[in-house]
Design a protein around this ligand. Structure first.
Ligand code: NDP
Length: 512
């Protein structure tokens, strides 16, 4: 089926949902470069969202009963479907989000890899196992397993509209849950495409993954629709609202929020490689990357060489929507205002613009700032544009101090040829993830957890932690043989507690 036909199907599928729920309001998603309409989607109201979650509940039970093998087989069919239609989905991502087709392919590739890892490792990570019962329950067998929670609500952003939500969707489904996904109002066509693809690839569990579309109110309704967990990816201000809505029914939340990631360039770094990575980390996807590099701290020994390399690299970069463009427009026009505010504030406080600094029709030139005080918005707040601040520091220790002096703590990067030194800096960096001698690599390793500290959120997607995030740990004990003396009985002998105290004294009392 062609893209046009696929989109017709997707839009028709969404329209079908409108009829089903008698919701009449619709909204358009548009191409950020041309303004052309990409699709028309229903605004699901609270009743429609609740109905979708109610339909997901029996689907979750059936999905759970399929077991690890049944789910693995169906998740494989889904990723096969995505892999075969990669260009089609990438075209849609290019049109609705604005990023270059090649970047969309990279994003979809990562999502497929995570789908494979989550489905293939679910049994090993979550399946039933026997654990040591310990001294006090030596006559019992002890079992642990991780059970699905039921229906997981996923609310996602627009910047990586496939990869980011899939970090929750793939892991929640693999763990045995059904999912109701609310994509951003800026990328509903991609969300609807992903759900239509699921229905086509896994028809016997079609309702295990559904989509609802709309604005913030639809997301808010999802929080209150009876979901068993809510996985949110987006900004900290919206995250607070999501937590407040979920708190009404004690719905547990996963918060994947924004970042202000730094790169540390140490004395012995490969400066050219660090500059290349910093420019990619800062400018790709027009800087709209939660784990994008927004600040660099380079030691005084390498600062001049690093700045010169960065300037050389950005000279060859140009935003646009053609095939040669390095990155596209801002997906959300209002984000350009945030970038402008940060540039103005940096300039007012004495910062110098070494490259770029211009914004035209939503396209922001690659921008490099130096001498920007640490108190400026461009250093303290998430900019989310193709900008980079570079600061000169005495040494890597000072770089680490400034890196860690941030409300955010999502990812980060260290450049150093000394393995021990780099590992030490990475360990002490206040962030959930750090790449040494590269940027963003941790996101492409499915066995590594992904998530932040501080204002960057809590909870983890990806890896074993990402699977466990969407489960409840279930503990079971089974008495194998009764003991002659039962301490948890009113019939226990009077001297039993003294005997227990003597045993504890022998086993633990010698430790000082
Ligand atoms: P927002 O916080 O604006 O929106 C995120 C999602 O929440 C959207 O689907 C939005 O819907 C929805 N939403 C808005 N209001 C509410 C509400 N009251 N209740 C429930 N849901 C609501 O973030 P952006 O979409 O602008 O995404 C960019 C942000 O996401 C950046 O801060 C970025 O760093 C962060 N991010 C974090 C990642 C991580 O893994 N840590 C990964 C990717 C991005 P609508 O769009 O319809 O308003």
């Amino acid at each position: 089926m062609s893209l046009a036909e696929e989109m017709d199907t997707v839009t028709a599928a969404s329209a079908g949902t409108v009829d089903r729920h008698a919701t009449t309001e619709t909204f358009e998603s548009t191409d950020p470069a041309s303004g052309a309409v990409v699709g028309v989607f229903p605004v699901h109201d609270a009743a429609a969202v609740r109905e979708t979650v109610e339909r997901a509940r029996p689907a979750a039970s059936r999905w759970g009963l399929l077991g690890y093998d049944g789910r693995k087989q169906r998740l494989a069919a889904y990723r096969g479907y995505l892999a075969r239609r990669m260009h089609e989905l990438a075209d849609l991502v290019h049109r609705e989000n604005g990023k270059p087709h090649a970047d969309a392919i990279l994003e979809i590739t990562l999502a497929i890899d995570h789908l494979a890892w989550a489905a293939n490792h679910a049994r090993k990570v979550l399946g039933p196992r026997k654990v040591h019962a310990g001294m006090l329950a030596a006559n019992h067998a002890a079992y642990l397993e991780y059970q699905p929670m039921g229906v997981v609500g996923v609310i996602g952003p627009w910047n990586y509209p496939v990869f980011t939500p899939m970090g929750s969707i793939a892991y929640a489904l693999s763990a045995g849950n059904a999912v109701v996904f609310k994509p951003s109002e800026h990328t509903p066509a991609i969300g609807a495409w992903l759900a239509a693809a699921w229905r086509a690839a896994v028809p016997d569990a079609a309702d295990a993954f559904q989509v609802v579309t709309g604005f913030g109110d639809t997301g808010s309704a999802l929080c209150r629709a009876g979901v068993d967990k809510l996985a949110f990816t987006g900004s900290a201000p919206t995250g607070r609202k999501v937590m407040a809505a979920c708190a009404e029914n004690l719905v547990p939340v996963l918060m994947e929020l924004g970042g202000k990631d730094a790169m540390i360039v140490d004395d012995d770094a490969d400066v050219a490689a660090a500059a290349d990575a910093a420019v990619w980390g800062a400018m790709s996807n027009a800087g709209q990357t939660c784990i994008g590099i927004e600040r660099v701290y380079a030691t005084e020994k390498v600062y001049d060489a690093f700045v010169a390399e960065v300037q050389k690299k950005v000279e060859g970069l140009r935003p646009g929507s053609d095939d040669e463009a390095a990155y596209g427009p801002m997906t959300m026009a209002s984000q350009a205002d945030v970038v402008q505010r940060h540039l103005d504030d940096a300039a007012a406080k004495g910062g110098r613009t070494l490259a770029g600094g211009t914004i035209e029709n939503g396209f922001i030139a690659p921008t490099v700032l130096v001498d920007v005080p640490e108190t400026s918005d461009a250093v303290r707040e998430e900019t989310f544009g193709p900008t980079l601040t570079i600061a000169k520091v005495r040494d890597a220790e000072q770089a680490l101090e400034l890196t860690n002096d941030s409300a955010h703590g999502l990812g980060g990067s260290v450049y150093s040829k000394s393995k021990d030194r780099a590992m030490d800096l990475a360990r002490r960096m206040r962030s959930g993830m750090t790449s040494i001698n590269s940027v963003l690599t941790f996101a492409s390793v499915p066995s590594l957890p992904f998530g932040g500290v501080g204002n960057s959120g809590f909870g983890r997607i990806h890896g074993e932690d990402g699977l466990k995030e969407f489960t409840r740990a279930k503990a079971i004990t089974r008495q194998r043989v009764p003991l002659p003396v039962n301490l948890m009985s009113f019939g226990r002998p009077a001297q039993a507690a003294d005997a227990l105290a003597r045993v504890m004294g022998l086993v633990h009392g010698r430790h000082r």
